[in-house]
Design a protein around this ligand. Structure first.
Ligand code: FNR
Length: 340
């Protein structure tokens, strides 16, 4: 029985090949940051308000100029056809039905145009050598509402599970937005990504990008300021789900200083470790405008339960808001919070 979003992982593990399970579940190095993301969320305490007279909490929000049913987006995640033959299309359709944005990965295993046709989408851009403008223009042409530039992957983190498994993509799953033939994901990153990308490049892209631009992978408030100075409309406080530099702080711990630095000037989103509606509420209370959810939705995809998973997340958030005495997300932002 599935009673919480976190329940899908065990179900998925029982149906997936173990190397695919490891590719999704794993982090880099000793997985210190992967574990820290969860420990830090668990350590956040909220102080509820009572007698708030709420019958139906309102979970809706505005992000990047549009109204959404939940302050949640589907995180960009590569190669979703590893989990289910329909991959990105199934998860994007569920996002559309739930009224939340779907973030298309540069490395999606279904072409971005097909995904953008079924869901309100943002496009995640990896800085691939010589191909940034072409991909950005395709995303704009396809009707994506924002470009999300991921800045924490100059090279791929050392993901020991994948190295030990000699993880390789099956022949029928590949990066459909690119002409590249990929089997070894790590070797592809090393060959195709531009490692020396800089703030100048971001400013150059900002000048050419006609839609909102969000920078994903910020942990230091000084970088958040640089992003705003470069013209970013938003930042995602993220450590890539513990998959890049191991040992970095939990993103929920990085959130407060980033909100203090740029929260009045741009949208501040958060990902890495969100596993429940309660975690969404905690992130909002700590100053996020919204969150991205990653692995739990891939686990749900593996067992063809993405609609149910997003409904469960919404119900968890509503229950948490009602128990905390929050009529809406503005009320959630007023909650007192702390650490034990
Ligand atoms: C990712 N992530 C990611 N990020 C990105 O910007 N582009 C990408 O293509 C991918 N691909 C990807 C694949 C897989 C299998 C995972 C698990 C993650 C990172 C993702 O967007 C997000 O930052 C984290 O997954 C958030 O952490 P949680 O929710 O998984 O803990």
């Amino acid at each position: 029985m599935v009673e919480s979003l976190a329940d899908y992982e065990a179900l998925a593990e029982s149906v997936l090949p173990s190397d695919v399970y490891d590719f999704v579940a794993g982090g880099s190095g000793s997985e210190l940051t992967l574990r820290r993301n969860r420990a830090a969320f668990d350590g956040v305490t909220l102080t509820p308000r009572v007698l708030a007279g709420i019958s139906e909490p309102d979970t809706s929000c505005r992000l990047l100029g549009e109204r959404w049913e939940l302050p949640v987006a589907v995180a960009p995640m590569a190669y979703q056809r590893l989990l289910h033959p329909e991959g990105e299309l199934l998860l994007a359709q569920a996002a559309a039905a739930a009224g939340i944005p779907y973030v298309i990965s540069t490395l999606s295993s279904v072409p971005l145009e097909k995904i953008a046709a079924v869901a309100p989408s943002w496009f995640q851009l990896y800085w691939l050598k010589d191909r940034v403008i072409g991909l950005m223009e395709r995303a704009v042409e396809a009707g994506c509402g924002a470009v999300v530039v991921t800045v924490d992957v100059p090279i791929m983190g050392r993901r020991l599970r994948d190295l030990r498994n000699s993880f390789a993509l099956p022949p029928d799953v590949g990066p459909e937005n690119l002409v590249d033939k990929v089997t070894e994901v790590r070797a592809h990153t090393a060959a195709a990504f531009e490692p020396a990308v800089s703030w100048d490049d971001l400013e150059w892209l900002r000048e050419r990008c006609p839609i909102p631009l969000v920078v994903k992978g910020i942990l230091d408030p000084r970088d958040a300021r640089r992003a705003v100075e470069a013209g970013a409309d938003g930042v995602v406080v993220s450590n890539h789900g513990g998959r890049q530099l191991d040992g970095v702080l939990a993103s929920i711990d990085a959130l407060g200083p980033v909100v203090d630095a740029v929260g009045k000037e741009c949208v501040v989103l958060l990902d890495s470790g969100v596993r429940s509606g309660l975690d969404v509420l905690k992130a909002i209370a700590l100053g996020a405008s919204g969150v991205l959810v990653g692995r739990p939705l891939l686990w749900a995809l593996a067992v063809e339960a993405v609609d149910e998973a997003l409904e469960l997340l919404k119900q968890e958030l509503r229950d948490a808001m009602q128990l905390a005495g929050c009529a809406d997300l503005a009320g959630a932002r007023e909650l007192s919070h702390g650490r034990p």
